[in-house]
Each structure stands twice: as C-alpha cells, then as structure tokens.
Design a protein around this ligand. Structure first.
Ligand SMILES: *[C@@H]1O[C@H](CO)[C@@H](O)[C@H](O)[C@H]1NC(C)=O
Ligand SMILES: *[C@@H]1O[C@H](CO)[C@@H](O)[C@H](O)[C@H]1NC(C)=O
Ligand SMILES: *[C@@H]1O[C@H](CO)[C@@H](O)[C@H](O)[C@H]1NC(C)=O
Ligand SMILES: *[C@@H]1O[C@H](CO)[C@@H](O)[C@H](O)[C@H]1NC(C)=O
Ligand SMILES: [Zn+2]
Length: 437
C-alpha cells in the first residue's frame, strides 16, 4: 500500500528524471608504447568520449566511456592504431542500477552499513548520531557550497594539544567510494577494538570531511551519476572542478579554461565558495596539521605533491618512503596493489589541486592523495560490495603511514610528548621511592 503510494508519487512528481546511460560502454585501452599513448591523447580532445583516466605518458591502461552512437568509431580508431582494448562494462546503466543507495536516519538505526552507499542527508545525520553517542566527537563545518550547503564534518579529539590529521573526501562528486571509505575510517576511529587504531584515535585530533563537494554529490544521486564538478552555472554550462580551483599554479597544465570540460578550473583561483571556505578552515588550524589525506578514485595510487611537475620537490624522499611502506601494508589483507609517486609522475599533470596548496601554502609535512580502487574495471562505479574491503585495507595503510612517519621523525604530537613526560616522571618517582627506601 505504502509502496504503491510511493510509486505513484514518484510517477506524478517525475522524480525519475535521472539521466540514463543505457548502452554506454566502458573500455580499457591497453597501449603498448608512446606512439599508442599519443594516439589516445589525440582522441582525448574529441568531445564525444569521456576519459575516466588520462593517457599519461606512462599509463598502462586508459579508461574510456563511449555512448552507443560512437562505439563503432572508437573501436575502429583503436583497431586502426593497433591499440589493444577490452570492454569492461558493456552497459554502464546496468552497473548503476545495481548500486545500492540506502538512507540513514536517526530513527532507523545507529549504524551505517558498509554494503551500501549513502546519500548526502544520510551522511550528515549519521555524523549527528555519532556526535551524540561519542563524547570525543563533535560536528565541524569546513565551509559552504555554491548552493549554500554546509561542508559538514566530524572532529575526533581526546583532549587539547594534539597534532591534527586532516581528511578530505568527496571533492569529486562521482567518486562515491571516497566518502564511503572516509566514513569507514571515522567509524573505526570511534568504535574499533583494535589497539593500534584506538591509539591513533587518541593520539591525534582528526578533522574529517567526507563530502567536500556537497552540491555535486547530491547531483550524482538525483540527476547524473557521473557528475564530477560543483554546480556553479557558467553561461550555458555548469560546474567548476574543485580540485583545479586552489590557489596554486592555477590554470596551469592539466586544467581547462573551458567550462564544458570536466577539469574546468573556474574563473580564478579560489573562485568557488567550497575551495575558498575550506582553505580558510585549513589555514585556521594549519600550524597543527601533520598529515593531510585527500581521497579520490580510481587507479590504486598514492600520490604526493606536486601535480605541475615531475620534479621531486620538498621532502619527496621521506614522503615516498613512508607512502611505499604504507602501500605494502595496504596490500597484505587482500593483495590489492598500489603504486606511489608524485601526481605528475604517477598519473597526469594537474594544477590547482588541494594537496599542492596544502603543501606549499600551509607547509604540512605529509600530504597524500589516495586514488582508491579499482584499476578501470568499474572505475567510478565501484560496486558497493567493495566498500568494506576497500575501507579495511585503507585503514591498515593509514596506521602504517602514521607508524612509518614516526620512524622518520614526523608526527611528533605534543600530546604524546606530554604522555611520554608523564610516563618518565612516574618512572622517576618509582626510582625515587625505591632509592628513598
Ligand atoms: C541497448 O542495446 C540493446 C541491444 O543492442 C537494445 O536492444 C536496446 O534497445 C538498447 N537500449 C537503448 C536505450 O538504446
Ligand atoms: C591484447 O590483450 C590481450 C589480453 O591482455 C592479450 O591476450 C593479447 O595478446 C593482446 N593482443 C595484442 C595484439 O597485444
Ligand atoms: C545492511 O544492508 C543490508 C542490505 O540492505 C541489510 O540486509 C542489512 O540488514 C543491513 N545491516 C544493517 C546493520 O543495517
Ligand atoms: C610547480 O609548483 C611548485 C610549487 O608551487 C613550484 O615550486 C615549481 O616551480 C612549479 N614547477 C613548474 C615546472 O611549474
Ligand atoms: Zn578525483
């Protein structure tokens, strides 16, 4: 009865105006050499195709989405240039239909489920529930979006004087695994029984924002599953790529001045409320941030600054050593393999990206981007049954990042210094008591 009513309302209101991608096919081109990469780069500028990964000089695969009309052209182009390819998803609408999206409300349960994706309202109410039930958690606001939604987050703190680990999720709307994994990490920090996880939760202040592009994320749930940018209108187009809009080498290589493109950088550095307000929030706590993690998908990569050059700048050597060991730890549980490198060497040149700004302007010692699962088989449409394993292996790697960073002298938290001092004092007291006996 209720289901029928809901169905009728859906039909009448026309809620199902969602863009469909029937018979859009996802290809994985497998270039064997630089000549083949160059041919893919030429195709990159052809507006008929949506490149889900970039034909970078060292790419071993390139994911390309085609609609039904242009499939023949694409296949003939690849064959003509002897570029090997496979079809990974013959009809991406089927993958989209299989994705489960649940709603969470404080009345329907206290737990988030790791076998389904959630919409924006659900994530925000889940944060409220966590804050109600965990006294070390509080709601934080990182800023505001173009459509005036709050960038809502959660802070986990077991006391004053701790160094900060900052987590940025969901800046690219369609990369749904990013907010899902960020939520998983939050949940682990608050509820895990694992001693190392609990120690990490206690030792640092965590500032966590699962959805830094709320307008875009909402849009992927209501209108267009493949939307990436925010929702600012620009002439007849929409959206600025929020990870090309930061005030660092703005509109340099790997960013576009064309509002129709998915990597459109906006009208100026920090032209967007999301990046402007979030960067102000980051600056306000900047001195205390020891580690900054930005979550994207896909490609199974751990990326370091900078995106504008393959030069290995700043503390590259330390950062890559720490990162590689952490990716070793990530691979243990399910044998998921990641590569590590700076943005420019590992994937593509990109400028105006958040981690570069955080590194250069805020001087945060350790700054990484995770490009989460997978390697092009599902791309941005990672099935919900991979949320839990992706979350688990990523959490393993974060603990190892912290561990390795400490070994190299990073992450010295004033709280741990304090604890060490207290421990030292109490052992001295014991010695003193022994001596005085
Ligand atoms: C998708 O392709 C199938 C088989 O080629 C065809 O039967 C169907 O009508 C197509 N659907 C759309 C929406 O084009
Ligand atoms: C194309 O790729 C498949 C799968 O990796 C491989 O078996 C085949 O030998 C490749 N063909 C060429 C011409 O490289
Ligand atoms: C998680 O979702 C699945 C599928 O919707 C459901 O069967 C299960 O009961 C849910 N678990 C929790 C803890 O809500
Ligand atoms: C890349 O950006 C960094 C940081 O702003 C800067 O130091 C470097 O000169 C830039 N390199 C190039 C080639 O633009
Ligand atoms: Zn991304």
């Amino acid at each position: 009865m209720w289901k029928l009513l809901a169905f009728l309302i859906t039909v009448l209101v026309g809620v199902n105006s969602k863009l469909r991608f029937d018979n859009y096919t996802l290809y994985k081109a497998l270039p064997k050499n630089l000549d083949e990469i160059k041919k893919l780069q030429e195709l990159y500028n052809d507006k008929r195709f949506d490149f889900w990964s970039d034909p970078a000089p060292n790419a071993d695969y390139v994911s390309i989405l085609s609609n039904l009309e242009n499939k023949i052209y694409l296949e003939e182009y690849l064959s003509a240039h002897k570029i090997n390819f496979t079809v990974t998803l013959p009809n991406i609408q089927e993958a989209i239909d299989k994705e489960t999206v649940a709603t969470y409300s404080r009345s329907n349960g206290r737990f988030m489920n790791w076998t389904t994706y959630y919409d924006l309202d659900s994530i925000n109410s889940w944060i409220d529930s966590l804050v109600e039930t965990h006294e070390e958690a509080s709601v934080i606001y990182g800023g505001v979006s173009y459509e005036e939604r709050q960038i809502k987050g959660i802070k986990i703190s077991h006391g004053a004087g701790r160094k900060i680990i900052f987590i940025e999720g969901g800046i690219h709307a369609r990369e749904w695994i990013s907010p899902a994994v960020v939520n998983y990490i939050t949940n682990e920090l608050l509820t895990s029984d694992d001693e190392e996880t609990r120690a990490a939760a206690r030792e640092f202040d965590w500032h966590i924002f699962p959805v830094t592009n709320p307008d875009g994320y909402l849009w992927t749930h209501t209108e267009n599953r493949l939307w990436r940018k925010n929702r600012r209108p620009v002439g007849s187009e929409f959206g600025v790529d929020l990870n090309r809009n930061w005030n660092i080498n703005w509109l340099g290589i790997g960013a576009s001045s064309n509002p129709a493109m998915d990597n459109y950088a906006g009208t100026g550095p920090f032209s967007e409320p999301e990046t402007r307000s979030l960067s102000e929030y980051i600056r306000s706590i900047g001195d205390e941030i020891e580690m900054y993690l930005s979550f994207h998908s896909f490609g199974q990569l751990l990326l370091l600054p900078f995106g504008n050059t393959t030069d290995q700048l700043a503390n590259y050597n330390d950062a890559i050593k720490i990162g590689r060991r952490a990716m070793g730890a990530l691979s243990v549980r399910f044998n998921t393999l990641y590569n590590a490198g700076n943005v420019a060497e590992a994937i593509y040149l990109a400028s105006g990206v958040s981690i570069d700004w955080v590194k250069e302007s805020i001087n945060v010692p350790l700054v990484y981007v995770y490009e989460l699962r997978d390697r092009g088989n599902f791309g941005s449409l990672l099935p919900a049954d991979q949320i839990l394993p992706t979350g688990q292996e990523t959490m393993d790697s974060i603990l190892e990042l912290i561990h390795q960073a400490k070994r190299l002298g990073y992450m010295s938290s004033s709280a741990s210094t304090l604890q060490a001092t207290i421990a030292l004092l109490s052992s001295l007291t014991i010695v003193f008591i022994i001596l005085s006996i």
